[in-house]
Write a protein that binds this ligand. Structure first.
Ligand SMILES: [Zn+2]
Ligand SMILES: [Zn+2]
Length: 277
C-alpha cells in the first residue's frame, strides 16, 4: 500500500488497465441488475402504472447509445472515486471496517437521518442545477437531449440518457453530498455501508423516476412528479424529493390543475421547446 492509500498505485500499468476494465464490467452488471431485478421487483409489488399521456421515444439514436455508454463509464469512475474518498479516512472521517460490528450498527442506527441529510443536500444543488439547465440559452446544448423522451419507460436506460456534462455533474454531486454529511456529523459515525446504501437507493429512485411504475412515498418521493416534469418542464426540478421545488415555488402535482389548464400549459411548453430547437 502506498502513502496515498490507493492499492492501484502499486500495480503495473497492464494490471491497472485490466482491473479498470473489470471494474467497468462490474458497473455494467450493476446496471443490468437494476433493469432486470430491482425495477421488476418494485413493479411486481406496486400495481399502479402511470398512463401514457404522450408518445414515448421508442428508438434510440446513435447519440443516445453513445451517451448511455459514456454514462456507464462515468459511473465506474464515480464509484472508484467514492471508494478512494471513503478509504482516505483522514479526509472522509468515515469508518471502513466491515468487521467492526459496533461501527456498522452505529451507521445503520443513524442511517435514516444520514440519508435525509444526503438527499436534502443533494437535491438542493440538483434542483438549482436542473433549473439552470432549462435556461433557454443553454437548454438546447445540454439538457434538451434528456427531454426528447417525453414519456420515460425504460428505467435506468432512460435515466442515464443524458448529455455527459449533465451526467457527470449529477453523479459527482452524490460525492459532494457525502462530503458535506461527513462534515456535519461526528467522525466515524458514517460508514462505508452508508455510501453504498446511498448510491444504491439513489440509483433505484432515479431509475424508478423513468418508469411507468406509479411508486410513491407520501411527502417524500413520487415517480409521477418527475414523469410530469418530462412533459411540463417548468416545474418539478428535484431528483429525489420535491422539497426544494416546494420551497422555491416550482412544485406542481399533476392532478392539482384542471385538465384544460394542464393541457394549455403542456402545449405552451411544447411550443417553447420547439422554438429553441
Ligand atoms: Zn428525467
Ligand atoms: Zn428537465
Amino acid at each position: 500500500m502506498s502513502a496515498t492509500g490507493s492499492f492501484m498505485d502499486d500495480l503495473s500499468p497492464v494490471a491497472k488497465g485490466a482491473l479498470q476494465l473489470v471494474f467497468v464490467g462490474i458497473i455494467y452488471i450493476g446496471f443490468a441488475f437494476y433493469n432486470s431485478v430491482v425495477i421488476p421487483a418494485v413493479a411486481a409489488v406496486v400495481p399502479g402504472r402511470i398512463p401514457l399521456h404522450v408518445k414515448p421515444l421508442e428508438k434510440f439514436t446513435t447519440t443516445d447509445k453513445v451517451f448511455i455508454v459514456a454514462a456507464k463509464v462515468v459511473t465506474a469512475l464515480f464509484v472508484y472515486h467514492v471508494y478512494q474518498f471513503t478509504v482516505n479516512t483522514e479526509l472522509s472521517r468515515m469508518s471502513v471496517d466491515f468487521f467492526d460490528v459496533a461501527a456498522v450498527l452505529t451507521a445503520l442506527k443513524w442511517f435514516p437521518l444520514h440519508l435525509a441529510i444526503l438527499i436534502m443536500v443533494y437535491d438542493f444543488f440538483y434542483t438549482l442545477f436542473h433549473w439552470a439547465l432549462h435556461w433557454p440559452p443553454i437548454y438546447p446544448l445540454i439538457h434538451k437531449h434528456h427531454h426528447r423522451q417525453m414519456a420515460p419507460f425504460r428505467g435506468n436506460s432512460d435515466a442515464i440518457n443524458d448529455h455527459p456534462i449533465e451526467y457527470i455533474s449529477g453523479e459527482y454531486l452524490h460525492l459532494f453530498a457525502l462530503y458535506v454529511l461527513t462534515r456535519l456529523v461526528p467522525a466515524g459515525q458514517v460508514h462505508a455501508i452508508t455510501a453504498i446504501l446511498f448510491i444504491f437507493i439513489g440509483g433505484t429512485l432515479a431509475s424508478l423516476n423513468h418508469t411507468r411504475v406509479n411508486f410513491h412515498i407520501p411527502y417524500m418521493f413520487n415517480v409521477n412528479s418527475h414523469d410530469y416534469h418530462h412533459r411540463q418542464p417548468r416545474v418539478n426540478f428535484g431528483q429525489y424529493v420535491m422539497f426544494w421545488d416546494w420551497v422555491f415555488g416550482t412544485y406542481q402535482a399533476e392532478g392539482s390543475l384542471p385538465a384544460d389548464k394542464r393541457a394549455a400549459l403542456q402545449k405552451k411548453a411544447k411550443e417553447e421547446a420547439e422554438k429553441i430547437q
